[in-house]
Write a protein that binds this ligand. Structure first.
Ligand code: 5AD
Ligand code: SF4
Length: 452
């Protein structure tokens, strides 16, 4: 009988994409993928370590799985494996801290999981693989393993070379490695023919995209390989193309030009600033100051298209004074973001910032978090208010959680939009006329149902 594998995913879109890829490989190797941890012979946790809280969650979950297996009285405990960033960073120490773990799978071992599981099932204890990817590894993801039948994540670059002083990602995901443009374009074309309506080109820094060869980009102009890739992907005719995350230092005008040329490149840019204070940006080793950043924001705001802009900010970085924080508040006021993800600084062992003194007390971090959140809420109300009376295109995802008469989806500018359902089905792209602003979402009336 086939072994059943259950994979639980924490963290970012890259982890979601890795889970899909792992599931594809496992099914190919004869395993069954199950949606139930209790029914599984193998439980894999795909983990995140970007902040301490995410990391602690993993160890809690391992305990729960072990206890549930014991309580169920099953003869054999499931094989427990840890994959993703925590696996890569903590390595063999996980075996000591959580003895029920049998298998540790690093961030570049996704394609070797079937053989690793076989080794555990063959009786080998404490199996671990933290090695690099092999040349020529396949990125194929079977549609059956994708989280959504309409929206697909397509990794274009893995890893990070930036080494921001607070961030663990360069250590957990290794150096930047770009996928070939030919392969990316072929995948998007295949997704189009399977009926996908939207792709997200993903990577820690998509605009640092630098493939080994220009193959697949020859026909497309642009000052950087990323803007040429955007044009190449735009040219596939895929209905909606989003991309995230963009790194400020590598954000050039050619990206905005590509968005102006191809209407199917969506009107949304996620451009994390992290702080508004030049002193803190320097300590964060971001490679940009507030002026560099605001120049990029201007470029976005000056575009012929109205482009939605979102960002990430960390509050309470070591040494962040009241004045530094006031500068962050000022920058947020100036940028008028469409959305903002705020994080309290979390110390990550092994990063340069971990050894910095002048730690900000937790209470102060919380106070700054709340102040920034309130400011953004007021800004967002205004930004969202400008949508009233405007038509947005929405990819319908599901019934709204609030009311079974409403459907919900995302606009091209990546806002949540709810509307009265009528005959609309998930997967359709519809036009909605915005009539009301809710907190963190827009509400409107269905204008038309396009033939899909
Ligand atoms: N503490 C808090 N937030 C962090 N991020 C990355 N590392 C940390 C950390 N140590 C945030 C950044 C990044 C987002 C994905 O997570 O804002 O853009
Ligand atoms: Fe982390 Fe900076 Fe790389 Fe983003 S760019 S993943 S914040 S090191």
């Amino acid at each position: 009988m086939k072994s059943k594998v259950y994979i639980e995913t924490f963290g970012c879109q890259m982890n979601v994409a890795d889970t899909e890829r792992a599931a594809t490989g496992l099914r190919k190797a004869g395993y069954e993928i199950t949606a139930s941890a209790q029914a599984a012979d193998v439980v894999l946790l795909n983990t995140c370590s970007v902040r301490e809280r995410a990391e602690r969650k993993v160890f809690r979950r391992i305990g729960e799985i072990r206890n549930q297996a014991k309580a169920s009285g099953r003869k054999q405990k499931p094989v427990i494996g840890v994959m993703g960033c925590v696996a890569q960073l903590e390595g063999p120490s996980i075996f000591q801290n959580a003895p029920s773990v049998d298998l540790i799978i690093g961030t570049r071992a996704t394609d070797r999981i079937p053989t690793l599981i076989e080794r555990v099932q063959g009786g080998e204890a404490s199996v671990i693989d933290l090695d690099e990817r092999q040349e020529g590894e396949v990125w194929d993801v079977s549609p059956a393993e994708r989280r959504s039948p309409y929206v697909a994540f397509v990794p274009i670059i893995e890893g990070c070379n930036k080494f921001c002083s607070f961030c663990i990602v360069p250590y957990s995901r290794g150096r930047e490695k770009s996928r070939s443009a030919l392969e990316i374009v072929a995948e998007v074309q295949r997704l189009g023919s399977l009926g996908y309506k939207e792709v997200h080109l993903i990577g820690q820094n998509v605009n640092s995209y630098r493939p080994k060869t220009q193959q697949g980009l020859e026909k497309y102009s642009g000052a950087t390989p990323f803007s040429r890739l955007l044009r190449a992907v735009g040219d596939t005719g895929m209905e909606r193309i989003k991309f995230t995350t963009s790194f400020p230092r590598d954000f050039h005008p050619d990206i905005v030009s590509a968005l102006e040329e191809f209407p199917n490149l969506c009107d949304w840019i996620h451009l994390p600033v992290q702080s508004g204070s030049d002193r803190i940006l320097k300590a964060m080793r971001r490679g940009h100051n507030s002026e560099d950043y605001l120049r990029r924001v201007d470029m976005v705001k000056q575009s012929k298209r109205r482009l939605s802009l979102t960002s990430d900010i960390i509050v309470g970085f070591p040494g962040e004074s009241e004045d530094d924080f006031a500068e962050t508040m000022r920058l947020v006021r100036d940028c008028e973001y469409d959305g903002l993800f705020i994080f309290k600084y979390s110390k990550r062992a092994g990063t340069p910032a971990a050894s910095l003194e002048d730690v900000i007390p937790e209470g102060e971090k919380t106070a700054r978090f709340i102040a920034l959140e309130e400011l953004q809420e007021a800004i967002q109300k205004k930004v969202y208010g400008n949508y009233v009376g405007r038509k947005v295109s929405v990819l319908v995802e599901r019934e709204s959680a609030r009311s079974s008469e409403d459907m919900t989806g995302h606009s091209t500018c990546h806002k949540v939009v709810n509307f009265r359902a009528q005959q609309t089905q998930p997967g359709e792209v519809v036009d909605v006329l915005i009539s009301q602003v809710k907190s963190y979402s827009l509400y409107g009336e269905l204008l038309s149902e396009r033939a899909n």
